[in-house]
Design a protein around this ligand. Structure first.
Ligand code: B4P
Length: 188
């Protein structure tokens, strides 16, 4: 199997984590979720985790420099040699440019950027019923606005590079998984 390098983009609650678990099992890639890495650091009360926690609980993005260091360290772990799915990274243009530099140094370009598209009303309902610490209504609203302002510009960034593929993130988890596989299969 050829190694795949995929970026997963979508608003909070679109189901990136849910689909990522299934996709990495199917295509045997490493799963790099910056949200999970930050929550682990926060649970372990490392200096990075404590700092990240302040931003996450307010629905803000963690500063680019922290995230970029975190992902740079993660990408050199041996399990990434078999390909990886970046779940929730990059979330800003600065992060995307930093990723481009790392990938160019390693001569390993991305195969595809997959956008999961879900309308805001449904996102709000999904997150409110999940009930994680950062899923309080006012925090959800702030996270959705942050997505619009800071992450949505990445769609044009990757569209202009010919990498963007968008799928509908509504319907059952299996429906969405089917759409994601249809996009990724040609790269497998
Ligand atoms: P993340 O952990 O990335 O979380 P998320 O965007 O909220 O959720 P995701 O889209 O993965 O949804 P999920 O599958 O869980 O980020 C959390 C925070 O970390 C950010 O706010 C930020 O502070 C920080 N952070 C992370 N990365 C960063 C970065 N690069 N830069 C700066 N800061 C960063 O699904 C959500 C819910 O929907 C679940 O309950 C699920 O069961 C349900 N669901 C899934 N699919 C469904 C379907 N098809 N139908 C109905 N419900 C569904």
């Amino acid at each position: 199997m050829i190694e795949m390098r995929i970026v997963f983009i979508g608003p909070p609650g679109a189901g990136k984590g849910t689909q990522a678990e299934r996709l990495v099992a199917k295509y045997r890639m490493a799963h790099l979720s910056t949200g999970d890495l930050l929550r682990q650091a926060s649970d372990a009360k490392t200096p990075l985790g404590l700092k990240a926690q302040e931003y996450m609980s307010a629905g803000k993005l963690v500063p680019d420099a922290l995230i970029i260091d975190l992902i740079r360290e993660r990408l050199v772990q041996p399990d990434c040699d078999k390909g990886y799915l970046l779940d929730g990274f990059p979330r800003t243009i600065v992060q995307a440019e930093a990723l481009d530099v790392v990938l160019a140094q390693r001569t390993t370009p991305l195969n595809v950027v997959l956008e999961l598209h879900v309308a805001e009303d449904e996102l709000f309902q999904r997150l409110a019923s999940r009930g994680r610490a950062d899923d309080k209504p006012e925090v959800i609203r702030h996270r959705l606005e942050t997505y619009r302002l800071q992450t949505e510009p990445l769609l044009d960034y990757y569209r202009s590079k010919g990498l963007l593929k968008s799928i509908d993130g509504t319907g059952t988890v299996e429906d969405v998984f089917g759409r994601a596989q249809a996009v990724l299969e040609p790269f497998a």
